[in-house]
Design a protein around this ligand. Structure first.
Ligand code: PMP
Length: 417
C-alpha cells in the first residue's frame, strides 16, 4: 500500500537554473556580457559530471584496451566496455554487440556506405534520402553512387520544411535498397515521421538508416521500438565529448558486413596468407579507440537520465514555443522551418540583413547563435537563402535566454537595418 505522505501531484517543474550550475562554461563572459549559449545543435556544453568522468579515467584508469593483462589495461577495458553497455541501455539495443563506437554521426554513415553499401550495391539500385539532410547524410551516398553506379533519389519537402510523405512513398520502389533520413533536421528543426516511413521502407524490402544527431539529445530513443536497421549519433551533441559517437546496427546485418577499416583490434589472427576478423562490435573498431570519449559519453547518459530525458524534452519544447511566439511578433524576422512537429531548433532571417552580420551583432551582445548554411546547402537553396541564423536550445537554456535573444535582435535592428 502507498504510504500516506507520498504525493501524487505532478513532478516539480524542470529547474533549468539549477541545471546551469552543472555547466561551468556557462559562466563565461563574452564581450563583457554573460554568455547566452544558443548553439547546442552544433555542439552541446558538457556538465561537470562528464568533465570529471573523463578526468577520472585519464588520471586513474588509462592504458590501451583489450590487449593487456596488466591492471591498468584491464581497468581501461572495463571502462570502455562498460561505456558500451551504458549506451546499449540508453538506446535499448538488444545487445552490446550492436553498439559500434565511431568518431561521430559522419563516420557512422560513412561506415554503412562503405561496409554495407559498397560490396552490395550496383547500377540500378537506389538510395532514398530526403531534401532536408545534413551533408553527412548526402555526400557519403554520392560517393557510394560514384563507386558502385547506384542512384541517389531525394524525397521533397514542403515550404514549412516538412517531408512530403506522399512523394516519399512514391519514390520507394523495388530498386530502393536503403532509406537514409534524419530523425530531426539540424537546419529547420523538423521531426520526421519515422514510423510510417520505416514501415513503408521495410514493406519494400529496403533497409533504413536514421541520422539521429539532432534527435537523441531531445527525445527518448528506443531503437527496438523504432525498428530502424541502423541509427547514428554524436556524443558532442549529447553533452558528451567530441570525437566519440555511436553506430547502432541490427546484429544480423552487422554480422553479414565486412569490416571497413583494417588494423589492430579488428582481427582475431593475422598471417600473410589469411587474416580472420574479430567478432562484433570490435570488427568495426580498427585501431586504438577513444576510451576517454566513450567514458565521457556514458557519463553524459547518466547525467541526462538523472535529469530525466522526457523532462528535458518538455522543457525545450516550452522554450521553442516561447521563442517561436516571440520571434513571430517581430515584423522583420522570418522563421525558416515551421513544421507542425519540431525539436529545439529555430532558424530565422532578418529582413535586409545578412545572417553573418546578424550573428556578429548578436555575439557582441553575448548571444551565441549559429549562422550559415548549417551543412545543409540544399535546404538553403530550397528556401532561396544563402544562410540563416539558428538558435537552438538545450537543457540549460532558460526563458531569460529567449528574452536576451529578442533584446539582442532589437539591438541588431538598430545597428544594421
Ligand atoms: N547529421 C546532422 C543532422 C547533424 O546535425 C550533424 C552535426 N551538425 C551531423 C549529421 C554530423 O555530425 P558530426 O559532425 O558530429 O559527425
Amino acid at each position: 500500500m502507498m504510504a500516506a505522505n507520498v504525493s501524487l501531484a505532478a513532478p516539480p517543474p524542470f529547474d533549468a537554473e539549477r541545471v546551469r550550475g552543472d555547466f561551468p562554461i556557462l559562466d563565461t563572459m563574452v564581450n563583457g556580457r554573460p554568455l547566452v549559449y544558443l548553439d547546442s545543435a552544433a555542439s552541446a556544453q558538457r556538465p561537470l559530471a562528464v568533465l570529471r568522468a573523463v578526468e577520472d579515467y585519464e588520471t586513474h584508469s588509462h592504458a590501451n584496451v583489450h590487449r593487456g593483462v596488466h591492471a591498468l589495461s584491464q581497468a581501461a577495458t572495463a571502462a570502455y566496455e562498460g561505456a558500451r553497455e551504458r549506451v546499449r541501455r540508453f538506446i535499448n539495443a538488444r545487445s552490446a554487440r550492436e553498439i559500434i563506437f565511431v568518431r561521430g554521426t559522419t563516420e557512422a554513415i560513412n561506415l554503412i556506405a562503405q561496409a554495407w553499401g559498397r560490396p552490395r550495391l550496383r547500377a540500378g539500385d537506389q538510395i532514398l534520402i530526403s531534401a532536408l539532410e545534413h551533408h553527412a547524410n548526402i555526400v557519403p551516398w554520392q560517393m557510394l553512387c560514384e563507386q558502385t553506379g547506384c542512384t541517389l533519389k531525394v524525397a521533397p519537402i514542403n515550404r514549412r520544411g516538412e517531408l512530403q510523405l506522399e512523394e516519399f512513398l512514391k519514390l520507394l520502389g523495388p530498386h530502393t535498397r536503403l532509406v537514409a533520413v534524419a530523425h530531426v533536421s539540424n537546419a529547420l528543426g523538423t521531426v520526421l515521421p519515422l514510423k510510417p516511413l520505416i514501415e513503408a521502407a521495410h514493406a519494400h524490402g529496403a533497409l533504413v538508416l536514421i541520422d539521429g544527431a539532432q534527435a537523441v539529445p531531445h527525445a527518448r530513443l528506443d531503437v527496438r521500438a523504432l525498428g530502424a536497421d541502423f541509427y547514428a549519433f554524436s556524443g558532442h551533441k549529447l553533452y558528451g565529448p567530441t570525437g566519440i559517437g555511436v553506430l547502432y546496427g541490427r546484429e544480423e546485418l552487422l554480422t553479414a558486413m565486412p569490416p571497413w577499416q583494417g588494423g589492430g583490434d579488428m582481427i582475431l589472427t593475422v598471417s600473410f596468407e589469411k587474416t580472420t576478423y574479430n567478432e562484433l562490435p570490435w570488427k568495426f573498431e580498427a585501431g586504438t579507440p577513444n576510451m576517454s570519449g566513450a567514458v565521457g559519453l556514458a557519463a553524459a547518459m547518466d547525467y541526462l537520465e538523472g535529469l530525466g530525458v522526457e523532462a528535458i524534452a518538455a522543457h525545450e519544447q516550452r522554450l521553442l514555443q516561447l521563442a517561436t511566439a516571440e520571434l513571430a511578433r517581430l515584423p522583420d524576422i522570418e522563421i525558416i522551418g515551421t513544421a507542425a512537429h519540431k525539436a529545439s531548433v529555430l532558424s530565422f532571417t532578418m529582413k535586409g540583413v545578412h545572417p553573418h552580420d546578424l550573428g556578429t551583432i548578436l555575439d557582441a551582445e553575448g548571444v551565441a547563435v549559429r549562422t550559415g548554411h548549417h551543412c545543409a546547402m540544399p535546404v538553403m537553396t530550397f528556401f532561396g537563402l544563402p544562410a540563416t541564423a539558428r538558435a537552438s536550445f538545450g537543457c540549460y537554456n532558460t526563458e531569460r535566454d529567449v528574452a536576451s535573444l529578442v533584446q539582442a535582435l532589437g539591438k541588431a535592428r538598430e545597428v544594421l537595418a
